[in-house]
Design a binder for this molecule. Structure first.
Ligand code: PPE
Length: 313
C-alpha cells in the first residue's frame, strides 16, 4: 500500500498530502486529460539524487505540447527546483516522484481549452515494481490479447493518463492469467512494449528494441539502456520485432523507471534462453546500478543531487 509523505507540491506551493484532492467534475476525471511522469530519486553515496531529471521534465512538456497544454505557468527549471524541494521538505533519502499536469475544474464538456491547468507533484517510497525477486530471477509474462494504441489514435509518445486505460487492460489480463506482466503488440502485430515498460530482445549478441513508430513510449530508461549498451560495445538496433522473435531470443528484458532493468524468464510459458537472467541484462544492470551506487562514474550527468551542499563536496 501507498505510504503517504507529508507534502505535495501544487501550482507553486506545498500542501498537505491529504489536501491534494480534485473536484469530481474536473475535466481530467471524465476525459482522462492529464499528462504525467514517473521519476526516481535514488539514495546515492553523495545523498539523494534524481535520475535523468531534465529528460523527464522535457518529456512532460512534450506530452503537454501534444495535448495543447503549453502554457502551464512553470518553466522546466522551476519544475526541476520544485521536485528537488519536494524531496527535501519530505526528508526523503530516496523516492519515486510523480508530477501530474491535468485539466482541472471549470467548464464541463469535451472542449478542454477553457479549463484551468493544475500541476501536482507527489513523492513516496515505491518498492520493486514487478516483485522482489524480479531483478535477479526474471519474471513470467505473456503476450497480451490487447493491442497497443494504434497510430493516430492516442499518441503513444505522450505519457498521458488516458493511455493507461490500455495499459490497465494489458496488466489486468496478465494478472488474471497468472503472469506478472503483459507484452502488447502494435496494430500491425509487431512487438510494442509492456503495460509500463519498454522491451529489449537479445539474439546472437545483438540487442533489438521496437522503434518509436511501434507505439512505444520514448522511455528514458530505454535511452539509458541504448546508451550504456553502445558504450559497452553491444550492438543495438531499433527495429520491428516480430512476435516469434521473443520466443527464440537468448534474452528478453524490460526497462522502465519503476521496473529498472527486469529480465524476462518466460513468455506464454515458453522458456526464454536459460530461463533466468542472461549475461547482457546482468551486465547492463551492473552499469546502470553502478552509476547510482557510485561504483561507476556518472559520465553523462544523469544524476542531479537534491542537496546542493553535499554535491559541492
Ligand atoms: N512504456 C510505458 C507504457 C510506461 O508506462 C513506461 C514507464 C515506460 C515505457 C518506460 O519509460 P521510462 O520510465 O521513461 O523508462 N512506466 C512508469 C510506471 C507506470 C506506472 O505508473 O505504473 C514508470 O516506470 O515509472
Amino acid at each position: 500500500m501507498l505510504n503517504p509523505t507529508e507534502k505535495i507540491w501544487h501550482n507553486g506551493r506545498f500542501i498537505k498530502w491529504e489536501d491534494a484532492t480534485v473536484h469530481v467534475l474536473s475535466h481530467v476525471v471524465s476525459y482522462g486529460s492529464s499528462v504525467f511522469e514517473g521519476i526516481r530519486c535514488y539514495g546515492t553515496p553523495a545523498g539523494p539524487a534524481m535520475f535523468r531529471l531534465r529528460e523527464h521534465i522535457r518529456r512532460l512538456m512534450d506530452s503537454g505540447k501534444i495535448y495543447r497544454m503549453e502554457n502551464i505557468g512553470f518553466t522546466a527549471d522551476q519544475l526541476a527546483e520544485a521536485m528537488l524541494e519536494l524531496v527535501r521538505v519530505n526528508h526523503m533519502d530516496s523516492a519515486y516522484l510523480k508530477p501530474i499536469v491535468m485539466r482541472g475544474y471549470g467548464e464541463v464538456g469535451v472542449n478542454a481549452l477553457k479549463n484551468p491547468i493544475d500541476i501536482y507533484i507527489a513523492c513516496w517510497n515505491w518498492g520493486k515494481y514487478l516483485g522482489e525477486e524480479a531483478l535477479a530471477e526474471g519474471v513470467d509474462v505473456c503476450v497480451s490479447s490487447w493491442t497497443r494504441l494504434a497510430p493516430n489514435t492516442l499518441p503513444a509518445m505522450a505519457k498521458a493518463g488516458a493511455n493507461y486505460m490500455n495499459s490497465q487492460l494489458i496488466k489486468m489480463e496478465a494478472l488474471a492469467n497468472g503472469y506478472v506482466e503483459g507484452i502488447a503488440l502494435d496494430s500491425h502485430g509487431y512487438v510494442s512494449e509492456g503495460s509500463g515498460e519498454n522491451i529489449f530482445v537479445v539474439r546472437d549478441g545483438k540487442i533489438h528494441t521496437p522503434p518509436l513508430g511501434a507505439s512505444v513510449l520514448p522511455g528514458i530508461t530505454r535511452d539509458t539502456v541504448i546508451t550504456l549498451a553502445r558504450e559497452m560495445g553491444i550492438p543495438v538496433v531499433e527495429t520491428i520485432v516480430p512476435r516469434e522473435m521473443l520466443y527464440i531470443a537468448d534474452e528478453v528484458f524490460f526497462s522502465g523507471t519503476a521496473a529498472e532493468i527486469t529480465p524476462i524468464r518466460s513468455i506464454d510459458r515458453i522458456t526464454i534462453g536459460k530461463g533466468r537472467r542472461g549475461p547482457v541484462a546482468e551486465a547492463l544492470q551492473k552499469e546502470f546500478f553502478g552509476v547510482i551506487n557510485g561504483s561507476k562514474p556518472d559520465q553523462h550527468g544523469w544524476l542531479t543531487p537534491v542537496h546542493a551542499a553535499v554535491a559541492a563536496k
